[in-house]
Design a protein around this ligand. Structure first.
Ligand code: PBG
Length: 339
């Protein structure tokens, strides 16, 4: 018999023509909804991105990201402990140097801000959190690009790879668990794998930004990292119009040795998250970026959306689309609420 029941064919006690199969039965109580939920959020699914600025004595709020700060050494250690206590799965470190130059040499300085942050966080909570670091030059270059420029002002792919290699080695020496190349240079994963292996860091993993789009959703991040960028990153980050291109990047990154892959941003790219998750067996991480955070916080501050409900809904949708883990600035708050 048909799902809706043909007119006049209802079982005894039901009105002819009314449904016998009723999906609403599974939505009738909170306990039933919890029992049948296909997707759950767990604190360990969340990775907290953090910014730390060289030489700060107090944390400095990021105006465009209410609740997010640029950390001092001290406040970073406290934030890492708080994240570990909340059961968050990992932490992703971004370092902001005092001095920038054309090649971003602060990025591989053994005593540079990011290496110091890695050592501090690993010493403080290294057994309780996976510690990842951004392996990209944009915070360290005075022009703000993710690599070095050639004589025409274009980012030079292969010269940049060499510098990413130095940066990854400095991070590995500082004890990082995962390097996270985010510059979208061709061959970056393979180059880092070979460089790390040759220096005895075969156990340092690569969390690869595989599908990273030239996105306006990164707007508030540029303030968070005191970015010097003028212009855009369209010659290396992907065109938001493209999905198949992400599958090509994915095949390359996995072949080159990526241990996990990132899709970024998250919310406008859930189709990419799904396609990536269906195509490979490495863990997929989605990055809920600064603009996604700022839009919700701004609307909530105006009373236009229900803040906690909308945060949870964004996170559950990202998991539903196939992400194993989520980089989110709300990681600690949500983890604490889930506990
Ligand atoms: C580049 C980098 C960016 C973000 C993370 N790593 C910005 C960019 O590519 O311009 C954005 C993160 C966010 O918006 O939350 N190293």
């Amino acid at each position: 018999e048909g799902v809706g029941g043909p007119a006049g064919a209802g079982p005894a006690g039901t009105t002819p023509g009314f449904p016998t199969v009723r999906p609403r039965r599974l939505r009738g109580s909170a306990a039933m909804r919890r029992l049948v939920a296909e997707t759950r959020l767990h604190p360990a699914d969340l990775i907290l991105p953090v910014f730390t600025m060289e030489g700060l004595t107090e944390p400095v709020p990021v105006r465009s990201m209410p609740g997010v700060v640029q950390h001092s050494r001290d406040s970073l250690r406290k934030a890492a402990v708080e994240a570990a206590e909340a059961g968050v799965g990992g932490i992703m470190l971004f370092g902001l140097p005092r001095q920038k130059d054309a090649v971003g040499s602060g990025a591989w300085d053994p005593d540079g801000v990011l290496q110091q942050a890695i050592r501090d966080v690993v010493a403080e909570v290294g057994d309780a959190l996976v510690v990842a670091a951004d392996t990209c030059l944009d915070e360290f270059t005075d022009h703000g690009h993710c690599g070095v420029l050639d004589e025409h002002g274009r980012v030079d792919n292969d010269a940049t790879l060499e510098l990413y290699g130095r940066m990854a080695l400095a991070q590995a020496e500082a004890g990082v668990h995962l390097v996270a190349p985010s510059g979208m240079m061709d061959g970056q994963v393979g180059h880092l794998r070979r460089t790390l292996d040759a220096a005895g860091f075969a156990d340092t993993g690569i969390l690869a930004y595989t599908a990273k789009y030239a996105s306006a959703f990164f707007g508030p991040f540029r303030e968070a990292v005191n970015s010097s960028l003028t212009g855009d990153r369209r010659t290396y980050q992907q065109d938001p119009a493209n999905a198949r291109e992400s599958m090509r990047e994915l095949a390359l990154d996995v072949a080159e040795g990526a241990d996990m892959v990132i899709v970024k941003p998250a919310m406008s790219y859930l189709d990419i998250v799904r396609q990536v998750a269906d195509a490979v067996d490495v863990p997929v991480v989605a990055y809920q970026v600064s603009g996604e955070y700022a839009m919700v916080e701004a609307a909530a501050a105006n009373g236009w959306v229900e803040r906690e409900r909308i945060i949870d809904e964004t996170l559950v949708s990202i998991r539903r689309a196939g992400a194993r883990s989520i980089l989110t600035y709300w990681a600690v708050e949500v983890a604490q609420r889930l506990r």
